[in-house]
Design a binder for this molecule. Sequence first.
Ligand code: SF4
Ligand code: SF4
Length: 342
Amino acid sequence: MIERKLAARTVGFKAGERNVFLHLLTACNLSCRHCYINPSQHGTTTLPTGTVLKWLKLFARPERPSNLILLGGEPTMHPDLAGIIRAAKALRYAVTVDSNGFLFHDLLDRVSPEELDFLSFSLDGPEPAINDPIRGENVFTTCTTNLQKAVRKGFHTSVIYTVSSLNIDHLHRMPALLAEFGVKRFFIQVIGLRGKSAAGRSGMETNWQVDPGHWLEVVPAVAREAAELGLDVTFPKVFLEPGEQFECAGNVAENYFIFPNGRVYQCPLCEDYPIHSFSIKEDQLVKNDGLTEARFFSLSIPEGCVMNKLLQPDNIDYGDDGTPRHRISCCLLKQEIVPLMD
Ligand code: SF4
Ligand code: SF4
């Protein structure tokens, strides 16, 4: 086997880059067991197309690199998704659609590969026996069939795998499968305790969390293997090395997580709570006063991320002297391993 040269790096928050995560709707045809959508906080509205176009303009900065990630629920259930993608491209966003793979409204026939930067598919296992108990019956087959169709049509595709205690031991089978499918990028995510997976915190339901040792043993090695097969791989840093600097994206980056009820968060860990930094009111972005997530961003604690400590302290491991063995990084800090061109 020819050995590929790889470049591995931690992806800091890039100066000047904006990431706009727009939830077009919260409805979905699936009911994944770890779904993070929380209708009591995020509403049940489907954004009318006219509103989407106004909101896209509100966040557009055509003179700066801006990524737009169109999300749901299931974004392809929005009947005007193809037109929304074109409007976003005209505003010079780099556009990604994150789909569960069902691709409603003939998306692959209604946009061209040149109009969409990336089409992302969510898969939580290398076969139906692992994926479908988490995401639903027959989801693996539908998702992978549409993924291969997208690749054949020339779309740039990525796959998102949400690692939890239910599927971490099957992650190592993903690189070969994705290389065979012709996928370009592989995003390994860590399960967050939001939405439905947060409901298990009482201990009555599934314990989704992966302990630090298990994560560090499995994830970086699988990421490297995927990169050796030619995939660009991104995975969250999670545990900082001793001496590595902690930074909160809320202080140093521009990320907007926008929900159809007009809530705009800067931190995804805060999305289950009414502490959003901004609201969209009458199609204008308004900064909120009072106790918002922004109050937490400047707090400095030995454990690293304050919201992690508040919401999911189980992933912090303490030594005998009571100090944390690892600080937890910002959940938006990623590591990237990419194959280098010869
Ligand atoms: S596909 Fe996404 S939005 Fe739909 S149920 Fe699954 S996690 Fe939730
Ligand atoms: S995850 Fe933690 S460090 Fe990152 S933006 Fe939220 S509060 Fe800040």
